[in-house]
Design a protein around this ligand. Sequence first.
Ligand code: UDX
Length: 454
Amino acid sequence: MENQIRHRLVLIPPPLQGHITPMLQLATILHSKGFSITIAHTHFNSPNPSNHPNFNFLPFFDGLSNTQITSKNFVDIASTLNIKCVSSLKETLVHYITKLANENHGEKIACIIYDGFLSFIDSLAKELKLPSIVFRTTSATNLLTYHVCLQLQSKGYLPLQDSKSRDLVPELDLLRFKDLPLFNLTNQYDFLQSIGKTLSITPLGVIFNTVESLEDSSLNQLQKLYKANLFPIGPLHMIANDANNSSILQENDNCISWLNYNKPRKSVLYVSLGSIASWEEKELTEVACGLVNSRQNFLWVIRPESISDVSAWLESLPEDVKVGVAERGCVVKWAPQSEVLAHKAVGGFWSHCGWNSTLESLCEGVPIICQPSFGDQRVNARLLSHVWKVGLEWCNAIERDEIERVVRRLMVNSEGEMMRQRATELKHEIGIAVRGSSCDALNGLVKYILSLNA
Ligand code: UDX
């Protein structure tokens, strides 16, 4: 795009860490392709503009301040955002369109790229006569599963009577009913209503943070459903190769020094449940005991929402556990996760299987103990364990003996070693795709955006 005006894109993430991060990575990539970038964001959980000096930031009202996002209120938060942000985002965009026209020599917004979580933006963009593309930050398989959930609902299978059923879902031969991305039994109906609304939109372009070879069957099926331009461009964090930080919480870099100090190759288990899922205090104690008893090194993220005073809690542990944590463990509130997973001392990940964590682990060849908590994490866990064979499915009780056993299965036993080998192969495959299919999809996306403005 040299010697041409830079087309302006407005990217709109919801205020969730697992969605803000990939949107900012996509923004970095599109900026490197010659686009001007504006990030429209809520005040709540807003990204830090000083970490992204090349972008403009445009805040809008959300009605969520001081909310703590948990797996229990996730569906309500999605509905709140899709109601409360409609008029504020419209007002903000209308004002911005005028400002650009007046102050930037008649500059226009070339395209809105919005997260599918904020489904109201589709009609808003149409109303403002702006081209739009939807960005799906979860896996393609997860999106396909939503479509199947709606079919299942119309056939009377839902709400599920038994959310733990291991029977295979007829339309999705690799997933069992227990893997469906539903939330708890009580709000299944609300959830299906909200995804029904989202899926009734027929977008012209859909961006996925994924790798074609990992999800080719799901992408093919989605292609038939949507008849839209699908752009599987991932893993975005690898393509963006962005040193700019998008963490809402402050990262603790001391854990990298801890990893550097005397830790043999692949000897450390990294433990983190992402930005929403958490263990209760009683469970944290079992996890601490299980990790110590496994006699493996561990780097453990305990977010402040899980427990207000981690130091006091650690102090309150039985003496032998406290000594074990001090000898073998490092506990932080938030880690520089991509750097941790890329560290040579890390040999395993105990994860909730959020899509970003899944991709970050795959890219570094780190196998996973899969303990999904809600929504798409169950689908990702099934892909990791059953399809890609780099994950141990684990849904046992959070009890110290069970934990000790599963940690040793991944870190010590031959079963874990085979997964590590398989994970190394997948890492290699992904590296090839980044330069191949994902690069082609990215070039296709750039052309597509330019064609919308031709
Ligand atoms: C949410 C949903 O829960 C997830 O299922 C969905 O796929 C995306 O949105 P979250 O639970 O936070 O996300 O999980 P995940 O997708 O894994 O994203 C977490 C992000 O936070 C990752 O990019 C990870 O690198 C980062 N992280 C996590 C840190 O940087 N430091 C930490 O200590 C923990």
